[in-house]
Design a binder for this molecule. Structure first.
Ligand code: ATP
Ligand code: MG
Ligand code: MG
Length: 357
């Protein structure tokens, strides 16, 4: 039986474990945050991967990252730091938001001069769900707060039409497979909903695959990577990269013959990886800070993934995938769900319905 060990034991590792079982792959997510957890000792044939970009140097993390089969070992450090990630993207000539590194002597005037009158500071590492970001506006903020110096990049404000992402994988022999582009709705920096595929995004697919393909090649990457983009007219601009399975690829659990979790496992263990067949249209709704409701299980086209985490405001505690053969059925499922979700979802589901129609 193939053995895969995962650095991290959150929902992504958990879903990887589910995806591995039918393939005869034994997946072991490891809670590397626990300083008291004994170092695991995977066999020589085991493969090591990660569900996150950053982790503490605990005994378990050290043991896993020292294994000879830790895939993409050199990539994590490079993409976990926004500065080196941006340098990588720039070096390939792939479009990304204009940026500068915030150093000890960088001042606000320099940021506005180079990036425009509204600037977004982003911590170089550790940020997620829009945490670790600060908007600055010329006239309102004339100095850079000291605690952002030497630890952040500054980005121009992208006047985007919408946000899309591409999830794809590279195999050990260099083959590339991609899902169709996904349209994403973020509210206050948190992903709330995704839709894929959407025919109106089809003309951007080749552009997106060219961008992510170049990045995967350059890194000699093996496994799934996600590329978040802004769409401005017919142009895509990379927002950020995630060297792992990604929330915007969760719809593939319901909408593709091979989910992103299975795709990643196949790629890193050298199993065949044909291009997945994508069925119908899928919608993914993130469950953020909301209590479990059994009523979500009442609809046949609706698939619940509950992460078994404590519910806290703003925390991702699960997601719902909806896949059905007609837009009418999808919209009916959304109508059903709306009565079992909190009021802040009205705006989200309205967005989804408008996109589908
Ligand atoms: P994630 O949870 O996806 O890892 P994150 O905390 O790493 O998020 P980003 O993806 O960089 O943060 O930004 C979060 C959101 O903030 C984006 O999806 C987008 O809506 C908005 N945003 C980020 N950068 C810019 C920008 N340069 N201009 C305008 N909006 C931006
Ligand atoms: Mg991020
Ligand atoms: Mg992001």
């Amino acid at each position: 039986m193939k053995e895969v060990w995962v650095i991290g034991a959150g929902q992504l590792g958990r879903m990887m474990k589910y995806a591995g079982t039918p393939l005869g792959i034994n997946v072991h997510p490891v809670n590397v945050d626990d300083p008291d957890l004994a170092a695991p000792s995977p066999g020589a044939d085991a493969v090591i991967t990660a569900e996150r970009e950053l982790w503490p140097q605990t005994p378990s993390a050290k043991a896993l990252q020292a294994h000879a089969n830790f895939r993409n070992k050199s990539v994590f450090g490079r993409t976990a730091d926004r500065k080196t990630q941006k340098e990588l993207i720039d070096s390939l000539g792939v479009a990304t938001a204009k940026w500068l590194n915030v150093e000890a002597d960088t001042d606000a005037a320099q940021c506005y001069e180079q990036l425009g009158e509204t600037v977004l500071l982003k911590r170089r590492s550790g940020g997620y769900d829009g945490r670790g970001q600060l908007w600055l506006k010329q006239g309102d903020n004339d100095t850079l707060p000291d605690d952002w110096k030497n630890s952040a990049i500054a980005e121009e404000k992208c006047p985007f039409d919408e946000e899309v992402s591409l999830v794809g994988a590279r195999t050990e022999s260099g083959e590339l497979v991609f899902y169709p582009l996904t349209l994403n709705l973020h509210v206050d920096g948190i992903l709330m909903a995704s839709i894929s595929p959407l025919p109106r995004l089809g003309h951007l697919q080749a552009q997106a695959e060219g961008m992510l393909g170049a990045i995967l090649e350059e890194l000699d990457y093996v496994g799934v990577m996600a590329m978040e983009c802004f769409r401005i007219g017919d142009r895509l601009i990379v927002n950020e990269l995630a060297p792992r399975v990604h929330n915007s690829g969760h719809w593939t659990q319901a909408g593709a013959s091979i989910s992103q979790f299975e795709m990643h496992l196949r790629a890193i263990t050298g199993l065949p990886l044909p291009k997945p067949i994508v069925r119908n249209t899928s919608v993914m709704i993130n469950l953020i800070g909301i209590e479990y409701d059994e009523a979500w299980l009442s609809y046949a086209d609706t698939q619940l993934h509950w992460y078994n985490k404590d519910v806290r405001p703003g925390r991702k505690v699960g997601h719902i995938n909806i896949n059905d053969s007609s837009i009418e059925y999808l919209c009916r499922a959304l109508d059903h769900l709306q009565s079992h979700l909190s009021d802040n979802y009205i705006e989200v589901l309205t967005w989804v319905r408008a996109e589908l129609r």
